[in-house]
Design a protein around this ligand. Structure first.
Ligand SMILES: Nc1ncnc2c1ncn2[C@@H]1O[C@H](COP(=O)(O)OP(=O)(O)O)[C@@H](O)[C@H]1O
Ligand SMILES: O=P(O)(O)OC[C@H](O)CO
Length: 508
């Protein structure tokens, strides 16, 4: 049902995420009018491999769009634009003539290209393309995944070189299908998604020919790189036929936008499957010397791009899922708070969830998870506490790196994502950071950011200042921990992190 105060017109946003696709309809005040969501299958063909069926995802996207529009009780005529946001780096190649994927999408968490990345960095190191792209050579990014597909799907390289194959992250896949697919679909991506491929030059905002040639990726497969807020095309069919498709942003950049972090030094952290802390660094890319990523924050139409520093943590909410699904220590994600609250502290245990290596600030593919400090005293409640603390200390490490790289001291952290409903975690986070943690009224900041960008593109909102007025605080946590306890705990955490390194030998 439409919110009784919302009379329209509206903006719709599609969030094609790692575990689900959702569509949210927003009104002019940035309030949620309706939501529809559907999960898709997680495919694990081998340890470390993670895939998605892109056809299933496109079907789900169409379903949730229809669902959200129907729940809002509106029609295409009420929707001024549609915005897209997506799980980043997840890589798909499909046949331009049939619209069929040539392989499952390879998901951002997939580590099959670890050896390839080592090979590409051999003699030069993992920072081989950092100056151009802002990224270390890691299996996380799209470029090595494209190369793996071209090398491993029979006949694919020849078809790609002949111009029959298209590459896209999920934004490109959704936009191409929305705008007609084999019947004139537009093959585009936005600068934020392109900045996660290891193939885009951060200065020119175009594909880097030298890197393409080093990675042996034919330019013919690549989409055109466009801004994050402009009309790419028109929805070809379905309930939103005729509605302009007017934004695309990687989900973490969309959350930065939805949290209205429009000024240099403003930062947000999103707590979902993984955690991603982004700080707006203004009109110039800031090089990281402390293990962060330099990335594009957003670009509105033909305005100058805004850059960001990012700290990416691979495992946070997924550790809570692991406690539930693999360990059976809790029945629901929310139960971790009850269990952890039943004890005063971690009982001396520290849990470093380096399940697929460590992302920022270490970028160590050879690390694996450890629980350090175990004694007979430790109970499952202490472990639950260590699980929550892992998210807090990992964030602290990112914030420290960010302060060193940017020179900006964090005064408060805006948070969002599924894990922020955990009060104990939010308090622990504030304690670990020694800074306030604030959560906005609209927790769906990812979709909101995509809606904002689409709305700006079609003049639904006049400018970013108008969007700032929509941001309202829902909750705030302030530090309560003594400084000496914080220092001791952080030191123990760092000691536990050291013990994860070097577990995987090169030949494995
Ligand atoms: N109360 C909670 N305490 C801790 N973790 C939680 C809680 N509720 C949800 N989560 C975790 O948050 C994640 C879901 O958040 P969400 O923002 O929907 O993630 P994503 O967008 O990555 O799918 C899951 O990994 C889940 O384990
Ligand atoms: O879909 P999410 O929320 O897990 O986000 C995934 C990130 O974009 C990966 O870089």
């Amino acid at each position: 049902m439409t919110d009784t105060h919302s009379t329209g017109p509206f903006i719709a946003a599609i969030d094609q995420g790692t575990t689900s696709s959702r569509c949210i309809v927003f009104d002019r005040d940035g309030r949620i009018v309706s939501v529809d969501q559907k999960e898709h299958e997680q495919i694990f063909p081998k340890p470390g491999w993670v895939e998605h069926n892109a056809t299933e995802i496109w079907e789900n996207v169409q379903e949730v769009v229809a669902g959200a529009i129907s729940k809002a009780g509106i029609t295409a005529a009420d929707v001024k634009a549609i915005g897209i946001t997506n799980q980043r780096e997840t890589t798909l190649l499909w046949d331009k003539n049939t619209g069929e994927p040539v392989h499952n999408a390879i998901v951002w968490q997939d580590t099959r290209t670890d050896a390839l990345c080592r090979e590409l960095g051999r003699n030069v190191g993992q920072d081989r393309f950092r100056r151009e792209t802002g990224l270390p050579l890691a299996s996380y990014f799209a470029g090595p995944k494209i190369r793996w597909l071209l090398d491993n799907v029979e006949g694919l390289r020849e078809r790609a070189e002949a111009g029959e194959i298209l590459f896209g992250t999920m934004d490109s896949w959704v936009i191409w299908n929305l705008t007609g697919g084999t019947n004139g679909g537009v093959h585009v991506t936005d600068v934020t998604n392109a900045s996660r491929t290891l193939l885009m030059n951060l200065q020119t905002l175009d594909w880097d020919e030298r890197i393409l040639s080093s990675m042996e990726i034919p330019a013919a497969v690549l989409p055109e790189i466009r801004s994050s807020a402009e009309v790419y095309g028109t929805t070809a069919e379905g309930v939103l036929a005729g509605v302009p498709v007017a934004s695309a942003l990687g989900d973490q950049q969309a959350a930065l936008f939805g949290q209205t972090c429009f000024s240099e030094g403003e930062a947000k952290s999103t707590y979902g499957t993984g955690t991603f802390l982004l700080m707006n660094t203004g009109g110039k890319p800031v090089n990281s010397y402390n293990g962060l990523l330099t990335t594009v924050g957003y670009r509105i139409g033909d305005q100058k791009p805004v850059y960001a520093l990012e700290g990416s943590i691979a495992v946070t909410g997924s550790l809570v899922q692991w406690m539930r699904d693999q360990m059976g220590l809790i029945n629901s994600a929310a139960e971790i708070e009850t269990l952890a609250s039943s004890v005063e502290d971690n009982g001396g245990a520290y849990f470093v969830p380096a399940f697929s290596g460590l992302f920022a600030p270490y970028w160590r593919a050879d690390a694996r998870g450890v629980i350090a400090g175990l004694t007979r005293y430790v109970t499952k409640a202490h472990i639950a506490r260590a699980v929550l603390e892992a998210t807090a200390w990992q964030t602290r490490e990112i914030v420290d790196a960010m302060t060193k790289d940017s020179g900006v001291e964090l005064t408060a952290l805006k948070v969002d994502g599924g894990m922020t409903s955990n009060n104990l975690l939010m308090q622990t986070l504030s304690d670990a950071l020694d800074a306030p943690v604030v959560r906005p009224m609209v927790a769906e900041t990812t979709c909101l950011g995509a809606a904002y960008a689409a709305g700006l593109a079609v003049g639904f909102w006049p400018d970013t200042e108008a969007l700032r007025a929509n941001w309202r605080r829902a909750a705030e946590w302030t530090p309560r921990m003594d400084a000496d306890v914080r220092d001791r705990e952080y030191k123990n955490w760092l000691k536990a992190v050291e013990r994860t390194m070097g577990w995987i030998e090169d030949e494995e």
